[in-house]
Design a protein around this ligand. Sequence first.
Ligand SMILES: Nc1ncnc2c1ncn2[C@@H]1O[C@H](COP(=O)(O)OP(=O)(O)OP(=O)(O)O)[C@@H](O)[C@H]1O
Length: 225
Amino acid sequence: MADELVRVENICRDFGRGGKVVHAVRDVSFTAGRGELVAVRGRSGAGKTTLLNIIGGLDRPTSGKVFIAGQEVTSAAEPQLVTLRRDVIGFVFQSFGLVPILSAAENVGVPLRLAKVPPAEREQRVSVLLELVGVGAHANQRPYELSGGQQQRVAVARALANDPQLLIADEPTGQLDSETGRQIMDLLRALVHARGMTALVATHDAALMEMADRVVTLRDGALVP
Ligand SMILES: Nc1ncnc2c1ncn2[C@@H]1O[C@H](COP(=O)(O)OP(=O)(O)OP(=O)(O)O)[C@@H](O)[C@H]1O
């Protein structure tokens, strides 16, 4: 692939559980290009979360390598991983993960504060991001005052705050009704294509898989060819 952003090479992840070994991910290899939305499909327990956590530098594999923009994630030391997670990757989770006592705008501003973006620029960027994901009118509301779909939009805006090259979304529609889920997937797709980002989206919803550029399927931790 000419413009490859993510390269996953022979990833295995074992967990020890009660004296037994669980092979959560078994020898998985694939690549994802810039501007591509790849759905990672599989039933509950297929290994989607484990794989995405390893790609995003939140967990280490038992063996194998992951490269993002040519940089090896799997051998990176913790400070490098912190930088990678802050500057290169945006994360979206099923449970939104917003800070309850902060407004929508303040939640989106958190990564910009961490990146030491000056307040005036921060405010401006937050407002552009909230408009972009369609919740500009809700900037001052707290998460509990928003619907699930609106909360996930805020979470997407937060994930985009540092202009990541890679968006990792683990079941981003898992807590949403099917219509709202479709709208969030539509938003992700539009963002990926408009910004030339790469997105890896775990889902077990067949309707959402159709919206991906490519689908990789996991079964019992292994890729289904
Ligand atoms: N920390 C852990 N310790 C032991 N086993 C684990 C751990 N994390 C995951 N597993 C096991 O690894 C396998 C894959 O789990 P994983 O959460 O990656 O699947 P998934 O496809 O994301 O499922 P879901 O859709 O339910 O989130 C499962 O058998 C799970 O029980």
